[in-house]
Design a protein around this ligand. Structure first.
Ligand code: NDP
Length: 321
């Protein structure tokens, strides 16, 4: 709470509190700070969001040579702080949205705010196999950038057929001697450019029409292989490998808001008229409300919109100042 004394003062009602510090949250902070709203950002468990576990970002406008994800997020944070944003590395556990001010409880303190921007993003989805849990961190990972280094000259499998799976596969070729993508269909979902890079790479192969039935391994070594099932024939077979990277999409980080904010059946926050949620004064931006585009630039765009929406809400309700 000492930190709160300095930054999120006791008894203070924030103009705008932003939950999450990925591209959406920090862009919202830049805009809110430049509107003199002195935003408070609760950064969450993974400050900087998903871009901090990405390597090259090649499609964020303004960087013709690409930029490293963590560098981009550092720059966004500095830009937000330059205009007076306060950032705390705290994780929101619960919110009270019944009346004004809203109450946001974190793992370290409690905050009151006149408007709230939810930008908590999404996290990697897992297959739901007991063996996946058992070998988590012992050969099973959802982040090649974080764990690829541990697989020097080894064999790895990647589950999934989207851009993430392809990107992770290519990244892992820097370490592993052989990289195999396990995809449940006979065609990748990834963009054409990523498909081409994967298909051309001498270290990468695709195992088509296959799903993981079980991750095989032993203690203390960890993963030793996978048992796969051919989705066309039903036949099962085993393949050796040292690591399994899961890249099958994401789930929105909305547990702290369950039952308080309207979501769709997958848990993504529903927004209308820009970034408005079903609670007046609560806005949502980035991947937590976007299961379709999920790009850094679209997250940043909705972050900007959320800050402007929050500003107009405060103006309309006479709560500015
Ligand atoms: P996607 O939802 O695009 O792809 C998920 C993949 O996992 C699909 O191929 C899907 O198969 C497969 N899958 C889903 N569930 C299972 C399961 N239970 N078992 C086996 N396979 C499964 O997610 P991504 O994370 O790849 O991408 C998300 C978004 O981020 C996309 O819009 C993508 O373009 C973008 N992105 C862009 C990048 C870039 O431009 N550099 C890098 C990374 C992501 P199926 O195809 O059969 O549905």
């Amino acid at each position: 709470m000492e930190q709160n004394g300095q930054k999120g003062q006791k008894g203070r009602v924030e103009n705008v509190l932003i939950v999450g510090s990925g591209a959406a949250g920090l862009t919202a902070a830049i805009y809110a700070a430049r509107a003199n709203l002195e935003p408070l950002v609760l950064e969450g468990m993974q400050p900087g969001g998903q871009l901090t576990i990405t390597s090259d970002v090649e499609n964020y406008p303004g960087f013709p040579e690409g930029i490293q994800g963590p560098d981009l997020m550092d720059a966004m944070k500095k830009q937000a702080e330059r205009f007076g944003t306060r950032c705390l590395s705290e994780d929101v556990v619960e919110v009270g949205l019944d009346g004004s001010p809203f109450i946001v409880r974190s793992d370290r303190g409690e905050y009151a705010c006149k408007s709230l921007i939810i930008a908590t993003g999404a996290s990697a989805r897992f297959m739901g196999l007991p063996s996946e849990q058992r070998f988590m961190g012992k050969g099973v990972s959802a982040c090649a950038t974080c764990d690829g280094f541990f697989f020097k000259n080894q064999e790895v499998m990647i589950v999934g057929g989207g851009d993430t799976a392809c990107e992770e596969a290519l990244f892992l070729t820097n370490f592993a001697k052989r990289v195999r993508i396990i995809h449940r269909r006979d065609e990748l979902r990834a963009s054409k450019i990523m498909q081409e890079r994967v298909m051309k790479h001498p270290k990468v192969e695709v195992l088509w029409n296959a799903v993981v039935e079980e991750i095989l391994g032993e203690d203390p070594k960890g993963v030793t292989g996978v048992r796969l099932k051919n989705t066309q024939t039903g036949e099962t077979f085993e393949e050796d490998c040292d690591g399994v990277f899961v890249a099958i999409g994401h789930v929105p980080n909305t547990s702290a808001f369950q039952g308080k904010i309207e979501t769709d059946e997958k848990g993504y926050i529903l927004t209308r008229d820009g970034t408005c949620t079903n609670v007046a004064g609560v806005f949502a931006a980035g991947d937590v409300q976007d299961s379709k585009y999920r790009q850094a630039v679209s997250a940043a765009g909705t972050g900007c919109m959320a800050a402007l929406d929050a500003f107009h809400f405060l103006e309309d309700t006479g709560e500015l100042g």
